[in-house]
Design a protein around this ligand. Structure first.
Ligand code: SF4
Length: 445
């Protein structure tokens, strides 16, 4: 929920049995909010997601505690609802998720107006506080907040990796894989409800199964999910480079339902940065892995995420990263500026890169990527792509190819003046024009 305006929330008769859930942060938080809403509904609560016109007596804020900006947004949202409570626009304010997990003790003292605080694995206790029961039989049944034709599928919780900059293990705990049977049941339920695309998410999806089956089992999971009728696309996110399960690539190449798409945050490329970040890999191994992935799955769309300004990063490190990006030509790339997070391994290092240098380096990377993305997109003009349509906006129907994940990647725009497509449907589209991050096309009759 972005910049909630309460002007619309005039004094109303508040419904004691109605909950407005507000989600901040990543797709894993979206998944958790959807599960929470499913449980509340099963307990006869009325639920809504991020309503600004709410007459809900209770608001539950699912917070993010990842890095500075995200933490600030969570605190601002909590304070907004505390304000609303003082104005009688809501009766109970409850906070859950990563920020609460990480800073509950301090926050309880700083914002006493909040009625209750919960951690990231506290759903049963949260429900109990609302005199509701945790219903085990629901097996991930949830209320989707995404357009129903696509849904996030969280395959595990937590992370066992030691990445020095990352606070996620502090908030999400150790890695726990969800059994394949439960995930297949979830996929079946979603398909029955009209979901056609599954977004596989985790903190580290490539670690899947090691705890539960004693082996990396992501390949088998993808196969099993692809057997579910009604699911057309399965998209893999949050892969980790070291120990990458190469069998997954064979599944991707041979199984038409598994998108030729891979999101693999690499964070950096120079050996000294990768070592200090405890990424368990090297520059050469990273380059070799990217080359193997492209050899194994020709035409695969590769997305990565990087960090600018990690402690000790020199201008030379930055230049080396730029050169590597130039040579690798990722299809999709995002970058964060380093955030000095207490209780992480890197916190004992000096945060020695000035904020303006962090920002300058991140901007230089995105400027380079913009050019690369523009060039890559030009090669798509004249080609046809299978497109899944997500929404209509103004004069355009907007969708995505197999190479695009929602919210973060490119989009395909088809004029509503010349074509008609149903939202949630696939259509074959011929690309007529390409920009940095958007493609324009017409539906092939
Ligand atoms: S893999 Fe590394 S960066 Fe990702 S959640 Fe785990 S510790 Fe954090």
């Amino acid at each position: 929920m972005r910049s909630t305006t309460f002007a619309a929330m005039k004094t109303k008769t508040l419904k004691k049995n109605k909950v407005n859930v507000v989600t901040l942060g990543c797709s894993k938080n979206i998944f958790d909010s959807e599960v929470l809403m499913g449980q509340l509904k099963a307990n006869k609560f009325e639920v809504e997601h991020e309503s600004t016109e709410s007459d809900a007596g209770i608001v539950i804020i699912n917070t993010c505690g990842f890095i500075d900006n995200a933490k600030q947004e969570s605190i601002d949202t909590i304070l907004q609802f505390v304000d609303a409570k003082e104005q009688g626009l809501v009766e109970k304010v409850m906070v859950t998720g990563c920020l609460s997990e990480r800073y509950k003790d301090e926050l309880q003292l700083e914002i006493p107006e909040v009625d209750a605080w919960f951690g990231t694995r506290d759903l049963p206790r949260l429900l109990k506080t609302l005199k509701a029961d945790y219903k085990h039989e629901l097996v991930g049944e949830r209320i989707l907040t995404t357009p129903h034709h696509y849904a996030y599928l969280k395959i595990s919780e937590g992370c066992d990796r030691p990445c020095s900059f990352c606070a996620i293990p502090l908030m999400r705990g150790k890695h726990i894989s969800t059994p394949i049977e439960d995930l297949v049941t979830q996929a079946r339920n979603l398909a029955k409800a009209g979901t056609r695309e599954l977004m596989i998410i985790a903190q580290d999806s490539t670690y899947y199964g090691l705890d539960l089956y004693g082996k990396r089992n992501l390949g088998e999971l993808l196969q099993r999910l692809s057997d579910v009728d009604g699911i057309d696309w399965i998209r893999l996110h949050y892969a980790f480079p070291s120990g990458f399960p190469m069998d997954v690539l064979k599944v991707m190449r041979e199984n038409p339902k598994v998108c030729n798409y891979l999101d693999m945050p690499l964070q950096h490329i120079t050996d000294n940065m990768l070592k200090s970040m405890k990424r368990g890999t090297t520059k050469q191994k990273t380059i070799d892995l990217v080359n193997s992935i492209r050899d194994e799955v020709p035409g695969i769309t590769l997305r990565t995420t990087l960090i600018a300004g990690y402690p000790g990063e020199t201008e030379q490190d930055h230049e080396e990263m730029l050169e590597w990006i130039e040579n690798t030509r990722f299809d999709r790339l995002g970058i964060f500026t380093y955030s000095h997070e207490e209780n992480t391994g890197a916190y004992k290092l000096q945060d020695d890169v000035p904020a303006e240098d962090k920002q300058r380096r991140a901007s230089a990377v995105m400027e380079l990527q913009q050019g690369i993305s523009f060039d890559i997109n030009q090669t798509k003009v004249g080609q046809e792509f299978k497109v899944l349509f997500d929404r209509k906006e103004g004069d355009y129907f907007i969708g995505r190819t197999e190479g695009d994940s929602p919210e973060v990647d490119n989009e395909v725009l088809v004029s509503a003046k010349s074509d008609y497509v149903r939202i949630g449907d696939f259509a074959q589209v011929k690309i007529d024009k390409a920009e940095e991050f958007d493609l324009y096309g017409t539906v092939v009759k």
